[in-house]
Design a protein. Structure first.
Length: 645
């Protein structure tokens, strides 16, 4: 089982009225013991953290330590009923009896890391059963005495008077014994009900049994048991009949029993025994039912298991790794996700630290030093897993101290925040690029307007047109940048509708990019099937073509010829834009259509926000087509996209 949240687990266990303790590690250290357990041991909290043999030396030679080792080694639970334990309580060796179970505790890898014990003190029950057995023996002795008296009566009439006296005395003993037996039943600290075997009539029942089944005495005493408790008859009537037939007791552990208690159907968990009572002839004369309500213990355990499962699902859904580190033993227990993040399994702390970036290696020791004061650990570091690229990880943990205030162990989480760091860096880069890109045209526009303002009363006919043209270009540049930002925002919110219609592709390619043609620096050459038509949003496709042509001009300024090609491929029309520029490095090709990526990220040679190709890819995807690039260093690049024909 995974380790649950310690506060929740400690609260549930501490509040249990039944002894519960947790043993961990090969040294069998007492990791946890609730108040009921410490009372049962006659110890205080100083035993927590000690080895089991040191905490309870009086158990040497008793089987408990060997059983703990066996459960820890095999992973198989152990159950005991009414086992004797001799403990030193208040300085005196005291004999007690317990019904208990040893359950293995596993970490996320399935390795046995400890044993948890759930116990119930049944000393009074065992002693009471022993008293009942002694009373039965007294009754047997009385019956033997009565038989001896009858023999003497037959043998001689002379001793008739003495025999009668002895007979009355024996009956008095028998009646007294029976009364003591009934008093014992009534005073027992657990539920007892005696049922006559011949007709299943309840002959004796104590108040605790009535409380357990939720009935009053008139409903059970002198009545057939299954008339008084009909809701349990379906399951347990055949069991009781089997005990009567076979003379073999029936013991149930944590049996879920439906009981109609005070008019409300409840499902209780009960430890109970159907014990056959035999006559001298070996005939079952009665069934003694002895029961203990363990619902609180079972529900507490189920709550712990449910909490563990919720924690496991939560950490699994959040991709959170969990770890526990013990300072004294220097042992590290990790979850499956923790191992995935670091690329190692069952690694110790020293091995994990060897994966840290040299500049971040000091962060772990510093965090643990601060945690010895604050009790909390939080830091982020870079690691290099054995396989794969560098990762950013975030540690967050809580330190737990022993009774002396010394750090004992750490329980915490680790999260892979590589993608978060990448997005954070991408955001910072975008802000830097946007600031730079907007600053240049705004500065130029501001300078032009200042000069125009100075000559407003004395216009320079030569300089005035140039300033107007320069201002127009700056405004156009700012508009393009703002349009890109608005387009990305609309795309993220799904607010970019397509207005589709039929149009001839060649006509669009002939009319687009007029600003490139008018500059005279580049020649756009149209090739391919110029009669092909397509059903698409002409304005958006024009936007894609202009962006691809602009990129050719921007990144291949020495390629005078730019080729626009149209062709039909199966059920698609393919449009290509080819230049004869320097080409694109293969390492950058997978990222060309990512948001904010720029093929030349120096910031000196080219401008733009790195949104153009991202917007183009979104437009083509909305049309049901594909977009890509074919490139070779020194041989130019061909950007292409397809549209359904």
């Amino acid at each position: 089982m995974n380790v649950p949240d310690p506060h929740i687990l400690a609260g549930l266990i501490e509040g249990s009225p039944y002894p519960v303790y947790l043993i961990v590690g090969e040294k069998l250290r007492v990791a946890l013991a609730n108040a009921a357990c410490l009372r049962a041991w006659g110890k205080d909290k100083s035993v927590i953290g000690m080895p089991f043999s040191q905490a309870l030396p009086e158990l040497a030679g008793q089987p408990f330590e060997a059983l703990l080792k066996r459960v820890l080694a095999t992973g198989e639970p152990y159950y005991a009923i009414n086992d004797k334990a001799e403990l030193i309580i208040d300085g005196k060796l005291t004999t007690s009896y317990y019904t208990f179970s040893y359950q293995p505790v596993k970490d996320a890898t399935g390795r046995n890391t400890g044993v948890v014990c759930y116990a119930t003190d049944v000393t009074e029950l065992v002693n009471s059963i022993a008293d009942v057995q002694r009373l039965n023996e007294q009754e047997f002795t009385a019956n033997e005495a009565l038989a001896d008296i009858n023999a003497k009566l037959i043998a001689t009439n002379d001793d008739l008077e003495n025999v009668n006296k002895e007979l009355h005395s024996s009956y008095d003993q028998l009646e007294s014994s029976e009364q003591r037996f009934r008093n014992l039943i009534q005073q027992a600290p657990f539920a007892i009900c005696v049922i006559r075997a011949s007709d299943l009539i309840v002959t004796d029942v104590n108040d605790r049994y009535l409380e357990l089944v939720g009935k009053n005495r008139a409903q059970l005493d002198g009545k057939r048991i299954w008339d008084g408790v009909p809701e349990a008859a379906k399951v347990y009537a055949p069991v009781m009949q089997q005990v009567i037939s076979t003379h073999i007791p029936y013991t149930a552990k944590e049996a879920q029993v439906p009981l109609l208690r005070h008019g409300i159907l409840e499902h209780l968990f009960i430890d109970f025994v159907y014990e056959p009572v035999l006559s001298l002839e070996g005939i079952v004369t009665a069934i003694m039912v002895i029961g203990i309500d363990v619902s609180e213990k079972v529900n507490a355990r189920k709550s712990i298991e449910e909490i563990e499962e919720r924690m496991r699902l939560a950490t699994q859904a959040a991709n959170i790794g969990i770890f526990e580190f013990r300072y004294e033993a220097e042992t590290l227990t990790t979850s499956e996700r923790f191992d995935e993040i670091f690329g190692l399994q069952n690694a110790d702390r020293k091995t994990l630290l060897s994966l840290y970036h040299p500049e971040d290696l000091h962060l772990s020791d510093r965090a643990h030093q601060e945690a010895s004061i604050t009790g909390n650990i939080f830091y982020e570091a870079r690691i290099f897993p054995p396989q794969g690229e560098m990762k950013w990880v975030r540690f967050q943990a809580r330190v737990f101290f022993d009774a002396a205030g010394v750090p004992e162990r750490v329980i915490g989480t680790v999260v892979d925040i590589t993608e978060y760091k990448r997005l954070q860096q991408q955001k910072d880069d975008f802000i830097s690029i946007a600031s730079h890109e907007l600053k240049t045209p705004i500065t130029t526009l501001k300078a032009s307007l200042q000069m125009l303002d100075r000559m407003k009363h004395n216009i320079n006919p030569v300089l005035f047109p140039k300033l107007i043209e320069q201002s127009t270009r700056s405004i156009s540049k700012i508009t393009d940048l703002v349009d890109d930002l608005l387009n990305v925002s609309k795309m993220s919110q799904g607010e970019v509708p397509l207005q589709k219609e039929w149009f001839r592709v060649a006509t669009l390619l002939d009319s687009c990019c007029s600003h490139i043609r008018e500059s005279g620096n580049h020649e756009l050459i149209l090739t391919g099937d110029q009669e092909l038509k397509v059903f698409a949003d002409e304005h958006r496709i024009d936007q894609v073509v202009v962006n691809l042509v602009n990129n050719s001009v921007k990144y291949a300024p020495l390629s005078r010829e730019i080729y626009l090609h149209i062709e039909k491929q199966d059920d698609f029309i393919k449009i290509s834009v080819r230049d004869q520029g320097p080409g694109i490095p293969s390492a950058k090709i997978p990222y060309l259509f990512d948001r904010y990526f720029r093929a030349d990220d120096s910031g000196n040679q080219v401008s733009g926000l790195g949104l153009g190709l991202y917007i183009c890819a979104d437009i083509i995807a909305r049309h049901g087509g594909e977009i890509g690039v074919d490139t070779e260093l020194g041989m130019g690049s061909t950007f292409w996209f397809t549209l359904p024909a």
